[in-house]
Ligand binder design. Structure first.
Ligand SMILES: N[C@@H](CCC(=O)N[C@@H](CS)C(=O)NCC(=O)O)C(=O)O
Length: 101
């Protein structure tokens, strides 16, 4: 991701799904804004509903205004966009399949 890109992550602290893209962003040393969702108060943000209208779930990665939903899809997206730094998946197709599993 380019230095001036806007990266926002919608999350919920107890969620292991939410931790996946956070680890990926940290590995790639991407600066991002983390926004905590208020699921305890049953109060989803309008940004979450707008960015993930189908499942209304976190995590949602928002890259320059465009949403990427589903934790593993977000991890792969972060890996592809930042392919010059700290690869997250093996280069070998079989090992990559194993890692995805
Ligand atoms: N398959 C999804 C699962 C995401 C998920 O289940 N998120 C939960 C938090 S752990 C959520 O947003 N729940 C809100 C709800 O169900 O209303 C992923 O990997 O991102």
């Amino acid at each position: 991701m380019a230095k001036d890109d806007e990266v926002i992550l919608l999350g919920f602290w107890p969620s292991m799904f939410g931790v996946r893209p956070r680890i990926a962003l940290d590995e790639k040393e991407v600066a991002y804004e983390y926004r905590e969702e208020d699921f305890m108060g049953n109060n989803k943000s309008s940004l979450l509903l707008q960015m993930n209208p189908i499942h209304k779930k976190i995590p949602v990665l928002i890259h320059n205004g465009k949403p990427i939903c589903e934790s593993f899809i977000a991890v792969e997206y972060i890996d592809e966009v930042g392919k010059d730094k700290a690869p997250l998946l093996p280069s070998d197709p079989y090992e990559r399949a194993q890692a995805r599993f």
